[in-house]
Design a protein around this ligand. Structure first.
Ligand SMILES: NC(=O)c1ccc[n+]([C@@H]2O[C@H](COP(=O)([O-])OP(=O)(O)OC[C@H]3O[C@@H](n4cnc5c(N)ncnc54)[C@H](OP(=O)(O)O)[C@@H]3O)[C@@H](O)[C@H]2O)c1
Length: 347
């Protein structure tokens, strides 16, 4: 039986692939577990990106993961309170997570904080982005595979609007697709039909064969986000794929903070990339222009930049250090790590 843990929605599920909280078919661990207090992630862990750091040994240089790992960053804490991010009044100032005194001008904050954002996927990353963006003043619509009724708790807690995937795709100027890779081909074929071409689509996805099964195109070397873009029929911007959700939730800091975590953003067109770079900065991270989607293999699972919480200089160095010939090795390392983790949990 897999270990139960809490979700950003405050619900619970176990660490077994496929366990879906609230579903009649969900495993007993998920149905039995007592939800943690609302707004608290206790012992949070993730199927794809790794368990809490208490179980992690720091990745070593030269290990099969390329020395940079596939799990959460060193020093992450097992438990945390979402409330820690809130500034007075419950709303964050853009780029000032938990540091209201480092705020940019109020005028600048208001100018930035009025975007309509759709999120397809309401799990660890989707739920985290929804929380963060609502607090920053954006209007967020969020969807999962089971329908808006199953997202009532998350909606009530975060202020995001629960919608269908089709509605999320039409929700505004930015749409985030944040679901397991294996689910991308299952999305409605007309998901982006009649959605204006200037709507920016963000892909946070990572391919883990142990979770997603074998996907021939990706095993054959296609860049993961290019594969997603081809299925969606839209260009995508790759972002947020290389940060553990817990870091995304609580490690944003004001611009200029020494060691501020940096995140790569890749994809075309440049105007779309620029919009996402701005969103990354607003969330409290240095945004690194990582160029074209064709180069986004440099931030795939197990690469040097993956889940390391590096600063700007570190991210640039890590992106440059990635070697395309080692991609299968990077992936194997990340995948093996996840497989071992699941086995250790009895999954
Ligand atoms: N977790 C992390 O720390 C992290 C970090 C960076 C990147 N990523 C990547 O980001 C992606 C999402 O990760 P996650 O950890 O947030 O996943 P997750 O917690 O497993 O949540 C997945 C979400 O996707 C939804 N979904 C699945 N199929 C769908 C469909 N056909 N239509 C609409 N929604 C669908 C699920 O809804 P139902 O429950 O209703 O099926 C669920 O809300 C993955 O590719 C992951 O590798 C994760």
């Amino acid at each position: 039986m897999g270990r139960a843990f809490s979700l950003p929605s405050g619900g619970t599920r176990c660490s077994r692939p496929g366990c879906r909280p609230g579903r009649a078919t969900g495993c007993r661990a998920a149905r039995r577990s007592t939800p943690t207090p609302r707004g608290t992630l206790a012992k949070a862990s993730n199927l794809a990106e790794g368990p809490d750091s208490a179980r992690l040994s720091p990745p070593r240089q030269g290990d099969p993961r390329g020395g940079f790992g596939g799990g959460p960053p060193r020093g992450s804490q097992a438990g945390m309170s979402l409330g820690r991010q809130e500034s007075a009044g419950g709303r964050e100032s853009p780029g000032t997570v938990g540091h209201p005194t480092g705020a940019r001008s109020r005028a600048q904050a208001l100018e930035d904080a009025d975007m309509k954002i759709g999120i397809i996927g309401a799990g660890l990353i989707g739920g985290t982005l929804a929380r963060r963006w609502v607090k920053l003043g954006h209007e967020v619509s969020i969807a999962n595979s089971r329908g808006p009724d199953t997202l009532r708790e998350l909606a009530a807690e975060t202020g995001a609007k629960a919608v269908t995937a089709q509605e999320a795709a039409r929700a505004g100027e930015v749409v985030v697709v944040t679901i397991p890779q294996k689910a991308v081909p299952e999305l409605p074929k007309d998901l982006f039909a009649n959605v204006p071409r200037d709507v920016v689509v963000i892909d946070t996805g990572n391919y883990y064969p142990v979770r997603d099964g074998s996907i021939a195109a990706l095993e054959g070397g296609q860049v993961e986000s290019e594969w997603v873009a081809s299925l969606l029929g839209r260009p995508v911007i790759k972002a947020f794929n290389n940060i553990f959700f817990q870091s995304l939730l609580e490690k944003g800091t004001p611009k200029g903070t020494p060691g501020r975590i940096a995140l790569p953003v890749a994809g075309e067109p440049p105007e779309a990339r620029a919009k996402v770079l701005k969103l990354v900065e607003e969330l409290g991270f240095d945004a690194i222009d990582a160029g074209s989607l064709a180069d986004s293999w440099r931030q795939q699972p197990g690469t040097p930049v993956y889940t390391q919480d590096l600063d700007a200089a570190g991210v640039k160095k890590a992106l440059a250090a990635a070697e395309r010939s080692r991609l299968p090795e990077y992936r194997d390392g990340a995948n093996t790590w996840l497989k071992n983790f699941l086995a250790s949990q009895g999954g």
